[in-house]
Design a protein around this ligand. Structure first.
Ligand code: IPD
Ligand code: CA
Ligand code: CA
Ligand code: CA
Length: 273
């Protein structure tokens, strides 16, 4: 299926490290930004440069590979995923954090072949955290193998989620209902400000589950394989199979916790294009 998975991985990893320097130059924040769809949907020159560095570098070595990158997808354009090797790239996941200097932002890059995740890399250059996974080879933080927790019950679980980067009222209301449920039932709730880092925390065992509605494929492509290679599960928040294009995700350390959280979610945000 994959001719040269190790070669793809090493190529992407070296480019991610180079591009990471563009982010870590901005300790303390990046005060110059543009707004996209609304006043809390931000983009900086660094987001665009990181994405260009990754796409140019990979295309040079693998000219037939396809890309879905957050800053290259035109507004309103639907993401189309084929069976071809496709790199799904979020150049800066956690742009709001990056702008403010809250040091939890990362480059998130996943490779899918035949629509199946085979590589995931999540790199936070500010804190030197490199999460990696290749299909069948386990998940790692800075080269050390990581595993999800063994938590099975919501009442003992630390949950990660997000408030999103839109002013969509429906999305906000769904989130508020679910926050109420989590703070009533679980050990606690954490918002890191990056979907990819939240998922990586589940892979590390630092959080036990994560759910989010309204995210995109580039937010979760790398996190998906990193969580699964760490022994966790990734499902649709309503309990069915995960669909990377559905704009919703729930991941957890154990199937028991995934299904209890899914059943407990007070409200769902519909699938969106
Ligand atoms: C955002 C972050 C945030 C999530 C949003 C994403 P961005 O990505 O992952 O945690 O809640 O839905 O859009 O815009 O910083 O790449
Ligand atoms: Ca964004
Ligand atoms: Ca993102
Ligand atoms: Ca981004």
């Amino acid at each position: 299926m994959c001719d040269d998975l190790d070669g793809y991985f090493e190529t992407a990893l070296s480019l991610v490290k180079i591009a990471g320097n563009l982010i870590s130059e901005h300790v303390g924040g990046c005060k110059s930004y543009e707004v996209k769809e609304c006043d809390i949907d931000l983009v900086t020159v660094v987001d665009k440069k990181v994405e260009a560095t990754l796409i140019e570098g990979i295309s040079k070595k693998y000219p037939t590979h396809k890309f879905i990158g957050e800053e290259s997808v035109a507004d309103g354009q639907r993401c189309v995923l084929t069976d071809e090797p496709t790199w799904i790239i979020d150049p800066v996941d956690g742009t709001m954090n990056f702008v403010h200097g809250f040091p939890h932002s990362c480059i998130s890059i996943g490779l899918l072949v035949n629509k199946e995740s085979v590589i995931g890399i999540v790199y936070n250059p500010m804190l030197q955290q490199l999460f990696t996974a290749q299909k069948g080879k386990g998940a790692f933080l800075n080269g050390q193998q990581i595993h999800v927790s063994q938590i099975k019950e919501l009442r003992k679980a630390l949950i990660a989620s997000e408030a999103g980067t839109s002013r969509d009222e429906e999305r906000r209301n769904v989130l508020l209902k679910n926050i109420e449920m989590i703070v009533t039932k679980a050990h606690g709730l954490r918002f890191l400000g990056s979907a990819a880092l939240n998922m990586s925390m589940v892979a590390l065992g630092g959080a036990d589950a994560n759910f989010e509605f309204g995210i995109h494929a580039w937010d979760i492509a790398a996190g998906d394989i990193i969580v699964r290679e760490a022994g966790g599960v990734v499902i649709d928040p309503a309990g069915g199979p995960f669909d990377i294009l559905s704009r919703r995700v729930l991941c957890a350390s154990t199937p028991e916790l995934a299904h209890e959280l899914s059943k407990s979610l007070a409200q769902f945000y519909p699938e969106r294009d």
